[in-house]
Design a protein around this ligand. Structure first.
Ligand code: AP5
Ligand code: ZN
Length: 216
C-alpha cells in the first residue's frame, strides 16, 4: 500500500533537516514544496514568477498553485510506493485536497513543536547549499569549511525569507493558517506530536520510530 508521511511544524522546526534523513532511512522520496518553488524561482519559470512575491514577504502561495505543482510532482513514478511531504499541506484546504487524492493510501503525520525564540535563532542562522539543499546552521551545525556544504562542497547561501522581519511574518502566517492543519490530522487519529527542540539525532530517532508506528 502507498505510504505517505507528512511533516508538520512551524518554519525552522527542522522539517527539511529531518526529511532528508528520514527519506534516506525509509527509501522514500523527499518532496518539499518550498524547494520546488525555489527551483522554479531559480529557473525563472512562470510558476516561480507567480510565487516570488508571496515567498519573499513570508505569505503563503495561493492554494491552487501549490496543489497543482505538488500533485504533478507526486504523480511521478518514484512516488508510486509513497513519499515524504515537507511543507505541505499548509492550509486546511490543501489537507482536504490531499485527503481526496490519498483515499486508500496509508497516511501518518509527524508534528514537530519548537518554541518561537528558538525558531527565530535557527532561521536567522541557517545556511543552505545551492547545489544539494543540504542545511547547515552557523552555530548548531556549522560547515567544516566556511561557506561550503559538507555533503557536496557546493556554495552555501542564506534564504532571503530568513531575515528577522520576514521570519516574524512567517510565524504569524503559520499560527493563523497552518496550525489548524494539526487538528485535521489529529481528528483522523494519524498525528504524532514530537518535541523538535532536542538535538537533531534525538529528534530523528523519535521521528523514525513514529513513522514506523512504534510505541503506538
Ligand atoms: P518552506 O521552504 O517550506 O519553509 P518553512 O516551512 O518556512 O520551513 P523552513 O524550511 O523555514 O524550516 P524547516 O522546518 O524545514 O527547518 P530546517 O530543517 O531548515 O517554505 C518557504 C515559502 O514557500 C513559504 O513561506 C511559502 O511562501 C511557500 N510555500 C511552501 N510550501 C507552501 C504551501 N504548502 N502552501 C503555500 N505556500 C507554500 O531547520 C532550520 C535551521 O535550524 C537550520 O539551520 C538547521 O540546521 C537548524 N536545526 C534544525 N534542527 C535543529 C535541531 N534539532 N537543533 C538545532 N538546530 C536545528
Ligand atoms: Zn550540498
Amino acid at each position: 500500500m502507498q505510504t505517505v508521511l507528512i511533516l508538520l511544524g512551524p518554519p525552522g522546526a527542522g522539517k527539511g533537516t529531518q526529511a532528508a534523513r528520514l527519506a534516506s532511512a525509509l527509501s522514500s522520496p523527499h518532496v518539499s514544496t518550498g524547494d520546488l518553488f525555489r527551483e522554479n524561482l531559480g529557473k525563472g519559470t512562470e510558476l516561480g514568477k507567480k510565487a516570488k512575491q508571496y515567498m519573499e514577504s513570508g505569505q503563503l502561495v495561493p492554494d491552487a498553485l501549490v496543489i497543482d505543482m505538488l500533485f504533478d510532482r507526486v504523480a511521478k513514478s518514484d512516488c508510486a510506493q509513497g513519499y515524504l511531504l515537507d511543507g505541505f499541506p499548509r492550509t486546511v484546504a490543501q489537507a482536504q485536497a490531499l485527503d481526496t487524492r490519498l483515499q486508500g493510501s496509508k497516511v501518518r503525520a509527524l508534528n514537530l513543536a519548537v518554541a518561537d525564540a528558538t525558531l527565530v535563532e535557527r532561521l536567522t542562522g541557517r545556511w543552505t547549499c545551492k547545489a544539494c539543499n543540504h542545511i547547515h546552521h552557523e552555530r548548531f551545525s556549522p560547515p567544516r569549511q566556511s561557506g561550503r556544504c559538507d555533503k557536496c562542497g557546493g556554495e552555501l547561501f542564506q534564504r532571503n525569507d530568513d531575515t528577522h522581519a520576514v521570519v516574524e511574518k512567517r510565524l504569524s502566517v503559520y499560527r493563523e493558517q497552518t496550525k489548524p492543519v494539526e487538528a485535521h490530522y489529529r481528528a483522523q487519529g494519524v498525528l504524532s506530536d514530537l518535541d523538535g527542540s532536542r538535538a537533531p539525532d534525538e529528534v530523528f530517532k523519535a521521528m523514525l520510530a513514529a513513522a514506523r508506528g512504534e510505541g503506538r
